[in-house]
Design a protein around this ligand. Sequence first.
Ligand code: DX5
Ligand code: ZN
Length: 216
Amino acid sequence: MKPLIAPSILSADFSNLAKDIEMLNRSEADWIHADVMDGVFVPNISFGFPVLEQVVKLTHKPLDVHLMIVNPEKFIPEVKALGAHTMNVHFEACTHLHRVVQQIREAGMEPAVTINPATPVSFLSDIIRDVYMVLVMSVNPGFGGQKFIEHTIVKIQELRELIACTGSKALIEVDGGVNAETGARLVAAGADVLVAGSAIFGNENPELMIHKLKNS
Ligand code: DX5
Ligand code: ZN
């Protein structure tokens, strides 16, 4: 099975976002990955709902919203209003994760749980049957262009085993430092969805890069 490709617009050209979205529309990208940061959960601020409202006007590709914010449940109505396909909340940001996952599903979106590099896969054992997807961070969240953390490969294998032994149907998404080389190894380890920012938008032929990742 070919992986799904979710380009992260964090690395797009914000002075001409429409041009980059048009490129993604023409490309083999499956989803558009949107990184929302609050300067509290992560040490950076990216963009918010006014920007994403413009993005969704320019594309029919499903929106994969990755909220790197505290209290993400407060923004379920706003994410829903965007027409988002998936809403990713961080395990580390939700005291009542089970409730948040149910609320996202009740709002009509696919719930995804994101784990930071230092959060063990085993912490997901009681929520894995309830989620559409797990997003494994392969860098510490907050910035594009960081170096891939090698231990992620082991975590993908562990997550694949947890999914198999619990009968969960969760997809495995990976985010951070994904390029042609790490992407191929992640897919071999069991990843279903590759997020990539700088590897795509920093490439002189981003469409070709998406094609390469798709054929990882
Ligand atoms: C990091 C974000 C990523 C980021 C990935 O906090 O969640 O989605 O855009 O960027 P690259 O692919 O450049 O590591
Ligand atoms: Zn992300």
